[in-house]
Ligand binder design. Structure first.
Ligand code: CMC
Length: 416
């Protein structure tokens, strides 16, 4: 295998590694479907529970089936007692995403409800358990870090309304609950995105659902993926006012920095979810009486889309852009934006894990080796250091191990 015979697909762009029956994206037509249903229809009419049913069973539920699944989810919302001890012992510096990843991982050791399920059934049981518990973890962590007691889930509320209730202690108005529910439906699945792919890689090793979800949580966090909505909101806050958008945009362009909330590997026209989120962000902002963030978002979007740099590259508004002012207007703290994405995407991640398990083949791509070959072995004493050793008190055995300054030099062959 050499560079003359192998075409490298950087970032696996355009590589198709499996079939899926879950969601389909048409990046040229700007269409997204879940199991054949258009996202606009689902956003307008389906609940999150109904969407999870659709992804897990690949068909819409009848009334009695939805009721059974809703009850199954509701009965799984509470966290095991032992997990509370761990929640309380998290350091103050823990971010919501670190807390979510840690607690989701911890849950695998206390997954009593699923242990007696038959093989095959147990992965679905774990999927239900995690889907039900993620909102409880996020809302409870937010309350604990603010010295407020966590709030017990309410079994009479739907998935989105219950989350807002656990976060604020107040039953949300129906419009806010519906807006959040629609957001959850819109983000429930999205083809072979980075976090879903990573979940499938873990599942393909016959790793369990918890491991796959923890893998996905780690992948989601980066600002090129799920972290983009938080980064988009930080941009809007940095801008501060609609009249300062133009100056901020010019400076950003001059510094050649990315603008978060724009661009997509697959969509070359507007992401169909962005249209729905834009309308919802405006409605929620107008209802709240504060349109500042929506106005900043709208003005910045106007500038971005009109600029030849973005036009030439076919960079359009993505899902994360209007998610930012929408969640902000719903009173969700900015650093909960990525966990919100996870709460929505868990249905898709777990559906993909189930699909991978159903027809598994180990996912194991290759890389073209580009390093040196046939290098002669030198004894330790014959090797010269790249930098002279420096006395570093932290490196004395038994002391806390900091990374020694002398080793913090990147290897020669890494680009600066
Ligand atoms: N702002 C400025 N330039 C951009 C942007 C952007 N938001 N997005 C892409 N570009 C430029 C990029 O600099 C490159 O330019 P050039 O060809 O001159 O080097 C060109 O467009 C192609 O970019 P790329 O990174 O090679 O393309 P990609 O397919 O890997 O990009 C992306 C996809 C999402 C990583 C990228 O558009 C991006 O970084 N966007 C900002 C982050 C963001 O909003 N992420 C959320 C993605 S959607 C939801 C999700 O998947 O979670």
């Amino acid at each position: 295998m050499d560079s003359a015979t192998v075409e490298i697909k950087r970032g696996l762009e355009g590589v198709v590694f499996t079939e899926t029956h879950l969601s389909a994206i048409d990046g040229e037509a700007g269409q997204l479907t879940y199991c054949g249903y258009d996202i606009e229809d689902l956003a307008a009419q389906a609940t999150y529970e109904e969407t999870a049913f659709l992804l897990w069973y690949q068909r819409l539920p009848a009334t009695s089936e939805l009721e059974m699944l809703s009850n199954w989810l509701r009965s799984n919302r509470r966290l095991p007692k032992v997990v509370w001890g761990i929640m309380h012992s998290l350091p103050e510096s823990a971010t919501p995403m670190e807390a979510l990843r840690t607690i989701a991982s911890t849950l695998s050791m206390f997954d009593r409800a699923c242990i007696h399920e038959e093989v095959g059934g147990s992965s679905l049981c774990r999927s239900v358990s995690l889907t039900a518990k993620l909102p409880t973890i996020v809302a409870s962590f937010d309350r604990l870090r603010g010295d407020r007691p966590p709030i017990e889930p309410r079994d009479d509320l739907g998935h989105a309304a219950n989350f807002l209730y656990m976060l604020t202690g107040e039953e949300p108005d129906p419009a806010s609950a519906k807006a959040l529910e629609t957001y959850f439906v819109l983000l429930a699945d999205h083809g072979m995105n980075a976090s879903t792919f990573s979940a499938r890689v873990t599942a393909s090793t016959l790793g369990d659902v918890y491991s796959a979800v923890v893998t996905a949580l780690g992948t989601l966090k980066g600002p090129l993926h799920g972290g983009a909505s938080q980064a988009a909101m930080e941009q809007m806050i940095e801008i501060g006012s609609p009249r300062d958008v133009d100056e901020w945009f010019e400076k950003r362009m001059a510094r050649k920095e990315r603008i978060f909330g724009f661009g997509h590997r697959v969509y070359k026209v507007e992401d169909p979810r962005a249209k729905i989120l834009r309308e919802m962000a405006e409605t929620v902002a107008r209802r709240s009486g504060n349109t500042q963030w929506y106005e900043i978002a709208a003005r910045l979007e106007e500038r971005v889309l009109a600029h030849p740099y973005f036009d030439e590259r076919r960079i359009k508004t993505n899902v994360d852009y209007y998610t930012a002012p929408l969640l902000y207007a719903l009173g969700i703290p900015i650093d909960l934006f990525i966990p919100m994405f996870a709460i929505a995407r868990i249905a898709g991640w777990t559906a993909h894990v189930l699909e991978q398990q159903h027809d598994n083949r180990l996912i194991r791509p290759r890389a073209l080796y580009a390093g040196p070959r046939g290098v002669e072995w030198h004894e330790m004493l014959d090797r010269s250091p790249m930098v002279e050793a420096q006395p570093d008190a932290q490196c004395v055995a038994g002391r806390p191990a900091n990374c020694p300054a002398a080793l913090q030099v990147p290897p020669r062959f890494w680009p600066a």
